[in-house]
Design a protein around this ligand. Structure first.
Ligand code: URA
Length: 196
């Protein structure tokens, strides 16, 4: 039944949360998805990376950021000494692929956000890297462009948030890669307790 999202998401444990996502039929995306994409990484991690929504490869494999953008993300994380299976939790705002990779609709984000909120509460990251417009809008409730929000520390549910460009954008705009690296360095500084 559409509109059917389990109540009490804010008190689910990790396993029940994953199951709730897998069975979610709260919006129309459940009709076209092949797999839900919950997230990847250890259930407790110092770093959390948040993207937009599964694309075609993610929908097929049930794992976030496994396509071209994911390769760039992995390389950037590796340069920062991080590994997706070891010390960073990666998730998206939406757990299901929008058809043809169209932009998420506001009501899809609204239905899905409680899952992300609960993931953040359970993972208890020390820093969140919000990548791209939709992650930033969702976490910060801000319509400002990435370029206006980067370079300083924001908060979501008490957790420090650093914003940066989406890796899919960076693939098309190589000139902004240096800025994305600076954003990652800001997050690394936070983790090391350097005053940002
Ligand atoms: N883009 C995203 O925002 N998330 C993914 O998982 C893949 C591509």
């Amino acid at each position: 039944v559409l509109g059917d999202r389990p109540a009490g998401i804010e008190s689910l444990d990790w396993e029940d949360l994953a199951q709730a996502v897998a069975g979610c039929r709260a919006c129309g995306l459940c009709e076209s998805r092949r797999n839900t994409v919950f997230g990847v990484g250890p259930a407790r991690a110092d770093w959390m990376v948040i993207g937009e929504a599964p694309g075609e490869n993610e929908d097929l494999q049930g794992e976030p950021f496994v396509g071209q953008a994911g390769k760039l993300l992995d390389n950037m994380l590796r340069a920062a000494g991080l590994d997706r299976r070891r010390n960073v939790y990666i998730a998206n705002v939406l757990k299901c692929r929008p058809p043809g990779n169209r932009n998420p609709e506001p009501q899809e984000v609204a239905q899905c956000e409680p899952f992300l909120r609960r993931q953040v509460a359970l993972v208890q990251p020390r820093v969140i890297l919000a990548m791209g417009r939709f992650a930033i809008q969702t976490l910060l409730q801000s319509q400002e462009p990435v370029g206006r929000l980067r370079g300083r520390v924001h908060r979501y549910e008490g957790v420090p948030v650093v914003v940066t460009y989406h890796p899919a954008y960076l693939l098309r705009n190589l000139q902004d890669k240096a800025k994305a690296w600076a954003d990652l360095c800001l997050a690394m500084d936070l983790m090391e307790g350097v005053d940002a």
